[in-house]
Design a protein around this ligand. Structure first.
Ligand code: DQQ
Length: 459
């Protein structure tokens, strides 16, 4: 098997995550083609197999039997002159009467066209490209801003969303009996007075309504809208929100074979390009998240299967006022902390050096209803991002923080309602401590901590 088919994983960078999915080497961006097929999860992704920077966009492929441990598989799609010579951009996977089928954007000569490929092997290793199924965008949409097909079944037919701009970011809706002949049904979502493309649209149908997800062209802003595809989605108010407040981009949602709604997103880098080139890899996936829509609110939780990687559990009950260090340390940890009491602000500190010189704070301001991931002291390296990720989080009763620490990824879930996947790059070897804090009062804290093993068969 050639190296290009299944490269060795590089692993000597201290910032390389162990259990968040990363490319074996080189560049990764958006998750693509998420599907469970024959009991196995497949995570395809935008991948440059030649360099740790965006370019030569192919589809990388990782698979998992349990959503926790992953195996690298050969490239699924590669650019070919005449069809998609300038890149196989993002897309989705569906199973069409037993046949795994990809819809993706074939880019060539400045045009973005929607194309289809099928597989007849049970491991989804090999794909046969059938070619373009939607060649031209509707009037008013430039041909180079027409991408990221997302297909699903609805009312007895296939439907497909495509991200685009017609001056505003829009989502276009198509319908088809067979995934090949598509009829344009019109714009199903518009974001007035904003710049760019609504990239990577994804739609999940819940009993409570439809959830539309998308990313607005800046590698930062990940939106969701809840409502009804038929009547349209609001762009503000309680039905409009941010799926993540950190470095997450281009998430894709899908239902697995049990019908469970899951999503992964691309956790972008927050260090300069030259550091990424030096490290030899770039980009990670979030942990798999379970989505739920209830009471008009979006809920997110890490998939319970991740527990398969846990070891070395400890539980502590502590009364905290100020900062309390925990007798646990590590760069690959999972923490669940529940804070009760009258403190205005509570949180955990991770990747902390013993003297606190380097530290990352994940805080919930219970007065303001705000989640904050503070990176101002995360690293002594002045070249990496040091801004604070902030977002709103509903606070009622005790506050729960579920935090995944994985080398340069800190992925936090607050009260099951707000999430932030943030990148940090501590420089000190001893920046692996954990602490709890309560400010403006006291908190009774129950905390569970685990070590988390590598998803790639190495601890
Ligand atoms: N990334 C892909 C596009 C998509 C963008 C190209 C979002 O298909 O719109 O790598 O990150």
């Amino acid at each position: 098997m050639s190296e290009r088919e299944r490269p060795e994983r590089t692993s000597d960078d201290p910032h390389r995550p162990a259990y968040h999915v990363t490319p074996p080497r080189n560049w990764m961006n958006d998750p693509n083609g998420l599907v469970e097929f024959d009991g196995r999860y497949h995570l395809f992704y935008q991948h440059n197999p030649e360099a740790p920077e965006w370019g030569d966009i192919s589809w990388g492929h990782a698979a998992s039997d349990d959503l926790a441990r992953w195996t690298d598989l050969p490239l699924a799609l590669e650019p070919e002159a005449g069809l998609d010579g300038d890149g196989c951009f993002s897309g989705c996977a569906v199973v069409d009467d037993g046949t795994p089928t990809l819809l993706y954007t074939a880019v060539e000569s400045g045009r973005q066209r929607q194309a289809l490929a099928t597989s007849d092997d049970r491991d989804l290793r090999t794909w046969a490209k059938e070619g373009v199924v939607v060649a031209d965008p509707p009037e008013g949409v430039p041909p180079d801003e027409f991408r990221d097909p997302y297909a699903y079944r609805r009312d007895g037919a296939w439907e497909m969303l495509v991200g685009a701009t017609d001056g505003d970011p829009v989502v276009l809706r198509y319908r088809s009996p067979d995934l090949r002949e598509w009829t344009y049904e019109g714009v199903c979502h518009r974001e007035p007075d904003r710049e760019g493309v609504w990239e990577c649209p994804a739609l999940v149908r819940f009993d409570a309504g439809d959830l539309l997800v998308g990313s607005v062209n800046d590698r930062r802003t990940v939106e969701y809208r809840t409502g009804d595809l038929a009547s349209g989605f609001p762009t503000d108010g309680p039905d409009a929100g941010r799926l993540d407040y950190g470095d997450l981009y281009a998430p894709q949602a899908f239902r697995d074979e049990t019908g469970r709604p899951l999503c992964f997103g691309w956790v972008t880098e927050a260090r300069p390009t030259d550091r990424q080139l030096e490290a030899g890899w770039s980009g990670a996936m979030s942990v798999p998240r379970v989505l739920a829509l209830g009471d008009d609110a979006l809920w997110q939780a890490p998939a319970p299967e991740l527990a398969a990687l846990r070891s070395g559990h400890v539980h502590r009950d502590l009364a905290v006022e100020g900062t309390s260090r925990l007798d646990r340390a590590g760069r690959a940890l999972e923490l669940v902390a529940e804070f009760d009491g009258d403190a205005e602000e509570v949180g955990v500190v991770v990747r902390r050096s013993p003297d606190g010189e380097e530290r990352t704070e994940v805080a919930v301001d219970r007065e303001a209803g705000e989640l904050a991931v503070r990176r101002g002291e995360s690293s002594l390296d002045g070249a990496v991002a040091d801004d604070t990720h902030r977002g709103t989080v509903p606070v009622e009763g005790p506050t729960t923080l579920h935090v995944f620490v994985d080398h340069s990824v800190v992925e936090a879930f607050a009260n099951g309602r707000a999430a932030a996947a943030s990148r940090v790059y501590p420089t000190r070897d001893d920046a692996d401590g954990v602490a709890l804090f309560a400010r403006g009062g006291a908190a009774d804290v129950g905390v569970d901590v685990w070590d988390v093993a590598s998803a790639w068969g190495r601890g």
